[in-house]
Design a binder for this molecule. Sequence first.
Ligand SMILES: *[C@@H]1O[C@H](CO)[C@@H](O)[C@H](O)[C@H]1NC(C)=O
Ligand SMILES: *[C@@H]1O[C@H](CO)[C@@H](O)[C@H](O)[C@H]1NC(C)=O
Ligand SMILES: CC(=O)N[C@H]1CO[C@H](CO)[C@@H](O)[C@@H]1O
Length: 400
Amino acid sequence: MTIWYVCLSIAFAAISIPLYKLDSELNFTKHSVLDIISPQRALYTSSSMTNYQNYQYYIRASIGTPAQVFTFMVDTGSTWAWIDWNKCSNCHTGTKFDPETSSSYHNTSQIESITYLKGSTKGYISTDIFSIGDDASLSVYGHSFLLVYEEADNDNMQMDGLIGFAFDALSGGTNSLMSSLKNQGRIQKQQFSVYLNDARSYTDLVSLGSSLLMIDGYDLSKYSSQGSFTYIDLANYMGHWVVECDGVDFNGTKLTEAQTAIIDTGTSLIIGPQASVLKILQILYYQFDCSADTQNNIYCNCDSAYPDLKFILSGHTFAIKPIDYFMVSQGRCYPVFGYSSSLNFWLLGDSFIRRFYINFDMEKRRIGFAKIKSLNDLGIGIESIPLWKMLLLIIITLDI
Ligand SMILES: *[C@@H]1O[C@H](CO)[C@@H](O)[C@H](O)[C@H]1NC(C)=O
Ligand SMILES: *[C@@H]1O[C@H](CO)[C@@H](O)[C@H](O)[C@H]1NC(C)=O
Ligand SMILES: CC(=O)N[C@H]1CO[C@H](CO)[C@@H](O)[C@@H]1O
């Protein structure tokens, strides 16, 4: 079973995935997670949304008149929005859109296909009303999306469709949802912020609160212990949320195979150049308390200490903890990364993003990072506390 999910609209050759297994210990389905609010009020104060094994975060939005409600992946790695057509026979399991019952639906008859790093979709470019939130308070008219009639390799996807939050350059100039919201005067600034909670149990969810996508604003005091964001300008204007990467530091070894990094909520894990990822695994294997199982998967002793993984983005260091790059399975800590020999950049997905409260500023073409509050407030230094104990400590602390 593939345990990560990638959505990035770049065509690539096959990607290799290390054979890390996820078994029943981590196989818990959590409830609630990605809520949306606008600065003024909550569009979602509570919801029955699902954080699927901490690896897929999604929101609810509706299309059409009357509104048909769906779950959508929030993907900063692509721009088009899409939903499956109810006449699609090979599409993945999920709720599908019925255009015949929407009085505001329009079919342009044009066909568009999108190839993601993993998976692909093909559909008719269509327009309809898109509304974010149950009460439809943030809605746009005539928003372009793909009504999908064919797709491949989306079986792992837990949500019905996808909404892209990258730039219009990736959709050939067609308005992204953020652009439509701005053009129709529904938001003031084209910016949004993301908080992904790190829920490893139901208790965590209750303590950490729902994940949140905030459109046209941010709430630093609620999600971060920092008073301001550390902003990094985008490395280019090709359409992605891409920043310069000066290198990656792991226990004093500098990995310089990639010069850029893409911040992608549509990717569950961290994916990088094969050479860099293999070096990380080698360092763990040769310098730390790690071994290889019969299938050559590297796993580590959860009672030992491990280094932070530090990404140096445009001169600023962003460190993630062992808890972010390990997955616990049958008492073993498996480092989880994806890699591809054809990848010359880092794809920093949810396991990186969860460490930060992030402001995506489309107008100034920059990304602001602020350390998240929850873990900082516990005052735990992973370097001095073994990973397994830290996991327990978090759960106990949050239980109080
Ligand atoms: C996860 O749990 C569900 C429900 O108990 C089960 O159907 C599924 O096979 C499990 N998946 C894995 C990978 O163990
Ligand atoms: C959209 O138009 C194309 C071309 O006319 C047609 O083949 C297709 O069935 C239409 N799709 C929908 C959902 O109406
Ligand atoms: C340069 C560096 O940080 N090296 C450390 C790598 O990890 C080992 C084991 O924890 C340390 O002893 C080194 O100091």
